[in-house]
Design a protein around this ligand. Structure first.
Ligand SMILES: [Zn+2]
Length: 154
């Protein structure tokens, strides 16, 4: 079982070079981190991280692979989304403006907590618009009900 502590990387103690991390992410991780985020369920994502530490930074090459269910925008029933994507993040010693891929850390930083970043990668992997590929894959009963109440806008 993975505990919160397992997501904390001891930056100071890391050897220069590559370190590898594997995590299996499920609903518990998501809801522990953000109880208000209920758009995903049945989350099963395997995360592989290849961390490269150099003198002044740690580069993370991240792969997310797995699936989760989200509500279809069209029929409001759950649909499965498969993901297999690569992300990149660098923790850099120094002062500057963080952006999507660069996080600045002070020289004496001891631990880096990966939880917020893993959460972001997963939350951001969700497509803006998610609908069943074909309307015929949608929950037809639900579609008919919705059509009675809503003005068709697709
Ligand atoms: Zn649908």
């Amino acid at each position: 079982m993975i505990t919160k502590l397992d997501y904390k990387i001891n930056y100071q103690a890391l050897n220069l070079g590559h370190s590898y991390y594997d995590y299996d992410i499920d609903d518990t991780f998501i809801h522990d981190y953000n109880p208000n985020f209920d758009e995903m369920r049945d989350v099963f994502i395997h995360i592989k991280i290849d961390l490269l530490k150099t003198e002044t930074c740690a580069e993370l090459f991240i792969n997310l692979k797995g699936s989760y269910n989200v509500l279809c925008d069209r029929c409001l029933s759950f649909m499965k989304i498969d993901i297999d994507k690569n992300d990149y993040l660098i923790f850099k010693e120094g002062i500057g403006e963080d952006d999507e891929t660069i996080i600045y850390i002070s020289q004496g930083t001891e631990f880096i907590d990966l939880r917020p970043h893993i959460y972001d990668f997963i939350a951001l992997s969700m497509p803006m618009r998610h609908v069943h590929n074909d309307e015929s894959d949608c929950d037809q009963e639900m579609l008919n009900k919705l059509k009675e109440y809503l003005i068709e806008d697709y």
